[in-house]
Design a protein around this ligand. Structure first.
Ligand code: GDP
Ligand code: MG
Length: 167
């Protein structure tokens, strides 16, 4: 990363959405600070974190919101469920409706099955999620905020795709 005086070419608003306790806050802290907190508290109030990425020689600042109800103006979204909680996957359709109703119409959405490290407790087959993502034209990845698996890749894919759409 360059210094504090760097020029920012783009700012993209990205939202994290999904049931409570699926790991949204931990995905965000893993991506922006490379931190994971085992006893993370429920998120209270309006919070966002930023991370600046270099894409195609442009500096792109991802402004990532970790609070429901911040969808307005978002050009990207991480729709997160917990692979060990079937209910959190069953609620994905409802969250998608919420997103499509309030965010930018060209919003780039990544369906994220988090906690892939808990494979022995899996309650959502990867095929179910893939099928849903394909039907709804979403990107899809399984991640582990705990083990830092695919976290960078999931956010990078979304930001790069937003860049591709608008440039
Ligand atoms: P949020 O309510 O969606 O923001 O969820 P949190 O980020 O607060 O995480 C809820 C709980 O799940 C916390 O106890 C986290 O430590 C745990 N957690 C989050 N991500 C992972 C992960 O990838 N693997 C495992 N095993 N636990 C996780
Ligand atoms: Mg949270």
């Amino acid at each position: 990363q360059r210094g504090f005086d760097q020029k920012i070419d783009y700012v993209f608003k990205v939202v994290l959405i999904g049931d409570s306790a699926v790991g949204k806050s931990q995905l965000l802290s893993r991506f922006t600070r490379n931190e994971f907190n085992i006893d993370s508290k429920a998120t209270i109030g309006v919070e966002f974190q930023t991370k600046t990425l270099l894409i195609d020689h442009k500096s792109v600042k991802a402004q990532i919101w970790d609070t429901a109800g911040q969808e307005r103006g978002a050009v990207g979204a991480m729709l997160v469920y917990d692979i060990t909680k079937r209910q959190s996957f069953d609620h994905v359709a409802k969250w998608l409706e919420e997103l499509r109703g309030h965010a930018d119409k060209n919003i780039v959405i990544m369906l994220v099955g988090n906690k892939s490290d808990l494979a022995s407790l899996r309650a959502v087959p990867i095929e179910d999620a893939k099928e849903f993502a394909q039907r709804e034209s979403l990107f899809f990845m399984e991640t582990s905020a705990l083990e830092a698996t695919n976290v960078e890749s999931a956010f990078l894919t979304v930001v790069t795709e937003i860049y591709r759409v608008i440039s």
